[in-house]
Design a protein around this ligand. Structure first.
Ligand SMILES: [Ca+2]
Ligand SMILES: [Ca+2]
Ligand SMILES: [Ca+2]
Ligand SMILES: [Ca+2]
Length: 220
């Protein structure tokens, strides 16, 4: 009889797998760190260096979904065309925290590595963004995919970003800076991009614009 002790656990496991609440994710499920938001076609100075640059001002936001803090030094980003990583992430991410990485940081990293400089290389016509993790103990370094997102042109053109809802049950368009009225999915939401912050809906574009202006003015 003692051999049947595992049965309730087997049933529970089976039910959990059937329910699979993360089964809708586009990439491999249950990764602690995920790609949370993407802005691939910048029309303003997102990295704050005073210059609008179509390469340097691209950004990708990652989110730690838990259950533990994660040292991002074991994580990497690349796009569909790259044979290797475009950027080694860095910093420690607490549970529920986001971090945003800019094209300019990818440029700096590629220069350090003596690689061809291409930034994050997020195509405006659509691309795949891949989050990689170092395979533990690998030498030379090997990588495994932990998440990826495919986006289409309408999700990114001219300062639209796309990303997960805070509940992570819907991939949304954040189009307050360049409203989308078309019929493709995801449709327009009127929400603004939120680099480095949770993907809450803030539709106050005017306030955002003026705060950007004030910020820049204070540096002159
Ligand atoms: Ca781009
Ligand atoms: Ca810039
Ligand atoms: Ca690309
Ligand atoms: Ca965000």
């Amino acid at each position: 009889m003692s051999g049947l002790k595992w049965l309730p656990w087997a049933v529970l496991y089976t039910l959990t797998m059937l329910a699979n609440p993360l089964g809708f994710l586009p990439g491999p499920a249950a990764a602690a760190v995920i790609i949370n938001e993407i802005l691939a076609d910048p029309a303003r100075d997102w990295d704050g260096d005073g210059v609008l640059d179509s390469r340097d001002d691209e950004w990708v936001e990652v989110l730690n979904t838990g259950p533990d803090a994660v040292d991002l030094v074991g994580y990497w980003l690349r796009d569909d065309a790259a044979s290797g990583p475009r950027l080694n992430l860095f910093g420690v991410l607490a549970v529920g925290e986001t971090a945003v990485f800019y094209g300019s940081q990818a440029v700096a990293w590629q220069q350090e590595q003596g690689q061809t400089v291409a930034g994050l290389s997020l195509n405006n016509g659509g691309d795949r963004v891949i989050l990689l993790r170092t395979v533990a103990g690998s030498d030379p370094l090997a990588y495994e995919d932990v998440d990826f997102v495919d986006y289409t042109s309408h999700q990114v053109v001219d300062d639209r970003s796309c990303g997960w809802s805070v509940q992570r049950d819907q991939w949304l368009l954040f189009d307050a800076l360049n409203p989308y009225a078309g019929s493709l999915e995801p449709g327009g939401s009127g929400c603004a991009p939120t680099p480095g912050a949770p993907n809450l809906c803030d539709s106050s574009v005017d306030a955002r614009d003026s705060s950007f202006g004030e910020l820049k003015a204070s540096y002159r």
